[in-house]
Design a protein around this ligand. Structure first.
Ligand SMILES: [Zn+2]
Length: 359
């Protein structure tokens, strides 16, 4: 499980005289909460700017789909792209300065609606040319208009300019290299198949790491080995069943090709019997999971299940929170009542800071 793996990695690092004092990730609390709770040293969390931009785009798109804005400027895909671009500019220009980021994000919507009083001269060209200024990327270069649209857009951008979000955003870190490694490993270890219980899992991950480090040459490095390589066709019970059937029904050309390729046959039933006889190696060779490990998993899943029930009939609804989000929130140890309490005391900002998930 991802949070358990993260905690283990962070806790094992000091053995090599290393501490991961900062980590960058997407803004869900599933991994962050266990790291805060179980890692033995202080870890600072930064937001991944790419995930942040993606979530802003989603929020704006949802707004354009779910609301009607009569007598307002259109909130088209082009306008959404432009708003996200403004967000990218102002965050990049204020890298490392959370207060600057906060102020600049707050000025995006007023700027687009023609109020430049809080704009920075760095990115807003109005101040240098007030008479002839036109928005380059808004329809007809005109200011946006419409009270309702302005209010809704301000609501969204305010979520990204709270103290908590600006702090985490300021270092402008991202994790594309991790994402790239993740997708290379994912191509060899698809989530759709449960390789976690198979010995091939380690090799699949190792291949992904090797390919990332050495590119595709990792394959030729392997084939250039000086060791005597033997190709073996391994099957369960194959010596008494599969192989005789295969050979009996194949043409002589096929048999000749097998011989030319120097292919050997082996029966893993025999191997298994040997391992059982030797007793100790079966466990070592089966990739077994300890009972305590399995029990820990069960406790985690049971607790998550109980917490998930608290969201039933509350927030769990296809339109608001889907099942996988409920799983994540419950998995981090929060019940619906916890969120309610936070909302009661600190309002929407408190919820955002707790979940670190701007809507
Ligand atoms: Zn401006």
């Amino acid at each position: 499980m991802e949070p358990a793996a993260a905690v283990e990695l962070f806790n094992r690092a000091p053995d090599q005289s290393v501490k991961f004092s900062v980590y960058t990730g997407d803004d869900d609390s599933t991994t962050e909460a266990p790291i805060r709770e179980k890692v033995t040293y202080e870890v600072e969390k930064n937001s991944d700017i790419i995930h942040m931009k993606r979530s802003l785009t989603t929020s704006l798109y949802n707004l354009s789909q779910n609301e009607k804005f009569d007598n307002c400027s259109p909130l088209s895909q082009k306008v959404i792209n432009y708003l996200v671009k403004c967000f990218s500019y102002v965050t990049a220009q204020n890298k490392g300065d959370s207060k600057g980021i906060q102020a600049a994000i707050k000025s995006i919507v007023p700027h687009d609606f023609g109020d430049h009083s809080s704009c920075e001269t760095g990115w807003c060209k109005f101040k240098s040319n007030p008479g002839t200024y036109k928005h380059k990327e808004l329809p007809y270069g005109k200011d946006m208009h419409g009270k309702k649209l302005e209010l809704e857009l301000n609501n969204i951008f305010n979520d990204y300019s709270t103290d908590a979000v600006a702090e985490k955003l300021a270092p402008l870190t991202n994790s594309p290299r991790n994402e790239a490694l993740n997708s290379v490993i994912g191509s060899k270890n698809q989530k759709i198949t449960f390789y976690g219980g198979s010995e091939s899992n380690d090799f699949r991950v190792a291949c992904g790491v090797a390919q990332t480090n050495l590119r595709y040459t990792y394959i030729s490095t392997k084939s250039r080995t000086n060791k005597n390589v033997v190709t073996v066709l391994l099957g369960h019970n194959s010596l008494t069943f599969d192989i005789p059937v295969l050979l009996r029904n194949s043409e002589s050309a096929f048999k000749e090709r097998l011989q030319a390729m120097d292919v050997f046959f082996a029966d893993c039933l025999k191997l298994f019997k040997t391992l059982v006889r030797e007793n100790k190696t079966v466990v070592e060779n089966s990739g077994v999971v300890s009972a305590s490990h399995a029990a820990e998993d069960v406790i985690y899943l049971d607790r998550r299940h109980i917490l998930m029930q608290t969201f039933k009939g509350n927030l769990h609804h296809p339109q608001y929170l889907k099942k996988n989000m409920i799983e994540k929130i419950s998995g981090s140890g929060l019940a619906f009542q916890d969120l309610q309490r936070v909302y009661g005391r600190f309002g929407k900002e408190g919820l955002i800071a707790t979940l670190s998930q701007p809507p």
